[in-house]
Design a binder for this molecule. Structure first.
Ligand code: SF4
Ligand code: SF4
Length: 405
């Protein structure tokens, strides 16, 4: 059986032109995303090879632009993430499946009745007008989510919209959009939800979670939560009126962009780009002054990168706009302006002290100060970047959210 599965996976890899070496390299990325040593790559590869046909899955769309689907589907060369996800049996994938109408609906019903599946949910939960802001085949999107989640082993909320409503819930949030975990909590559905923000989601994170859930945790949600280090960020959801402890895999969302940024040395030295297209930009100086939200955004984008690990936002010359944060549009816009204060708020963005507030604001600031002092003590830098001067400058100009224009 293992040999058959081995062959099936290798046939798939060979047909798509992926070498064994590339596959192992990819497994190293999955290990990194899981917060494991990359030396675990052979074990992960062996687990994938021995798994045979993986468990069924339903990919459900809520209120979204389908950007997360595009992130996975629109690769111009065979991508290992796509192959591994091909290997997962998607019984329903609204945007790209061949079936339609009643046949597609039947697939959902049969999968839910059989149990033993995972739900990957893309998009926000649109609760406005009693759920009528999103109807699919005459059914409310909220009820579809409740139905598929109720008998699932786990739900993976992919993309910021599924995590907390994303851009759909930006002020004034007329659709009363919120995230999957908040809505399931309100409906007292206890299926575990793992959150993978960013806009769109990075497909490698989905694969990492699938590998962890199906292969490392034997498709047992309790074991999955036990073996996967998580960070919790507590938010107050204005739509449901409840606090919710959002769960994020620590290996992916435990460190800031800034922690791993290759431009960090320029930040420490106070070398900033103040205008896009300038000589400083050509020298890859730090993008903080043109709006980089890396210091307060917790994702491992610099490590896992994007587009088959080709590059990522800052490396390509654009400031991180913080799409991996909570309530990221209201908190971070205008995107190309330096933050002079942190605005928490919006539908789900009020963060409780000690959890996300600390993560997004205080701890980030404290870590920067501590790191700066450490660097100074080590004699590597002088006084570091003039953060207080920058803030004073912003305050003098009366800027609410931005500094340089
Ligand atoms: S502010 Fe942005 S560009 Fe500068 S070091 Fe931090 S993450 Fe990198
Ligand atoms: S680097 Fe920032 S803006 Fe780019 S994908 Fe990651 S979190 Fe989003």
């Amino acid at each position: 059986m293992a040999q058959e599965a081995h062959s099936a996976l290798y046939d798939l890899l060979a047909v798509r032109g992926v070498s064994r070496r590339d596959f192992l390299k990819y497994c190293g990325s999955v290990a990194a995303a899981l917060g494991l040593s990359e030396t675990m790559a052979p074990q992960i590869a062996a687990a994938m090879e021995g798994a045979g046909k993986l468990k069924p899955a339903l990919w459900i769309n809520g209120g979204s632009c389908t950007g997360c689907t595009e992130s996975i589907a629109q690769v111009d060369t065979p991508d290992v993430a796509t192959i591994v996800l091909d290997y997962l049996s998607f019984n329903y994938f609204e945007t790209i499946m061949a079936a339609g109408g009643e046949d597609a609906e039947k697939q959902i019903e049969e999968t839910v009745a059989a149990g033993g599946y995972i739900v990957i949910y893309e998009g926000s939960v649109m609760t406005g007008q009693d759920g009528n802001t999103l109807l699919i085949n005459g059914k409310k999107g909220t009820e579809i989510l409740e139905h598929v989640a109720s008998n699932a082993a786990a739900v993976i909320a992919v993309g910021s919209c599924a995590v907390d409503g994303g851009w759909v819930m930006a002020h004034p949030n007329p659709a009363e959009a919120t995230g999957v975990q908040a809505w399931l909590q309100k409906k007292k559905i206890k299926t575990p939800v793992v959150n993978l923000p960013t806009c769109p989601v990075n497909p490698e994170w989905i694969v990492a979670m699938v590998v962890q859930l199906l292969l490392v945790a034997d498709f047992d949600a309790a074991k999955f939560l036990k073996v996967t280090p998580m960070v919790t960020r507590t938010v107050d959801c204005k739509v449901t009126g409840e606090s919710v402890d959002l769960l994020f895999p620590k290996g992916i969302f435990g460190q800031t962009i800034h922690d791993n940024c290759p431009r960090r040395g320029h930040f420490e030295n106070g070398e900033f780009v103040t205008k896009l297209g300038s000589a400083e930009e050509a020298m890859n100086y730090c993008l903080y002054k043109v709006g980089c939200k890396g210091p307060q955004t917790y994702t491992n984008c610099p490590v896992v990168r994007w587009n088959s690990r080709a590059s990522w936002c800052v490396e390509s010359g654009a400031p991180c706009i913080g799409c991996g944060g909570l309530n990221w549009v209201d908190n971070n816009a205008p995107f190309l302006m330096r933050m002079s204060d942190m605005q928490m708020g919006g539908t789900i963005g009020n963060v409780q002290a000690g959890t996300a507030a600390a993560v997004v604001g205080g701890v980030a600031a404290a870590a920067l100060v501590a790191h700066g002092l450490g660097m100074k003590a080590a004699g590597r830098v002088g006084d570091g970047p003039p953060m207080e001067e920058m803030k004073a400058y912003d305050r003098k100009r009366g800027a609410k959210k931005g500094g340089d224009k």
